[in-house]
Design a protein around this ligand. Sequence first.
Ligand code: GCO
Ligand code: MG
Length: 406
Amino acid sequence: MKIESAEVFVASPGRNYVTLKLTTDTGLTGLGDATLNGRELAVVAYLQEHVAPLLVGRDAHAIEDTWQYLYRGAYWRRGPVTMAAIAAVDMALWDIKAKAAQMPLYQLLGGPSRTKLRAYAHATGWSTGELIASVQQRIDEGFTAVRIQPGVPGLNRTYGVNGAGSALGAYEPAARLALPEEEDWDTSAYMRHIPGVFGTVRDKFGPEIDLLHDVHHRLTPIQAAKLGAALEPFNPFWLEDVTPAENQAALSLVRTHTTVPLAIGETFNSIFDYQILIRDQLIDYVRSAVTHAGGITAMRKLADYAALYQIKLAIHGPSDISPVGFAAALHLDLAVHNFGIQEYMMHPVQARDVFDVDYTYADGALYLSDSPGLGVRYDETAAAAYPYERAYLPVNRLKDGTLHDW
Ligand code: GCO
Ligand code: MG
């Protein structure tokens, strides 16, 4: 079975998505997600100019060899653009192989290791009152794990919150502006505010519900250690991205001072980005998206490496991972032994016009169907009605204007 064509689609049903479609000489098609929020067209060009011409004529079944060919053959290794392009090809080839076998993809990854995939949703609100209402709504929807992101007094906007009165789950950070939106940040105000928010939410909802929080790369290691220690009485399920982790060793300082579980890696695109974090057990959850870390082939290897150290998968599942990349995550989640939890931010309603998915949500968990492959179909006609519009993720500045991590 040979690859006959490789087509790249860019559409914006509610937000930008990049989708790769591979077609074989036997008429089978496979889909891959190549969406890199704020840098979509870089991946489009990489695929169209440097990958698609190499794929035509290749054995569609040779997934590992194609992965190695695209990874080592580029010479310039790793990086979010390269690994998103490789991920899209990899997902599409696994989709094709599973369709050829007439099996859902998870069956080719070892079969089901569980009956359902526990999911967490985002609760958000500028005020603690709004946040409480948002948590209640997620509980009413059946979630038993909720990420809580409040506004910070004195700031105009902050990560995870659209601002007062925004619709639940409407948080879309990428704005279609000529330049990235500039948000403001105040670490001291944030550090003073968060423990009280956790206390109020715990008082309201009790000890059962799992509460997650995303620090979004904004603290120094010692500040992260201090926050972790301060939140221990409220038993967080995890603190995510407590500090920028290119310097993986920085997490050892955090680890020394707090037992709060740590989740890292949504901006990572290679197993090597995790090597010290996993080897030294500095984290508890691996966060990369299948779309950003080289696809199913790479994520499976990462999952198995993490499993040696009792570290679990918590694959990145925001609205800017397309339903194709999200479905790929679910197939991996179902098959691996060390599944932790699946982020489920949901997609814009318009995305349903373009992506027809077979996965479902019910009572706090996600479920896959037995349809062959990834279980996602892409409507190219519908996609054409949503043309790409450039959108940037925000940047962040401190009160004195210093650029800070967003
Ligand atoms: C998360 C992430 C997202 C990112 C977004 C960037 O935990 O889901 O932090 O909210 O900010 O994916 O494009
Ligand atoms: Mg995050």
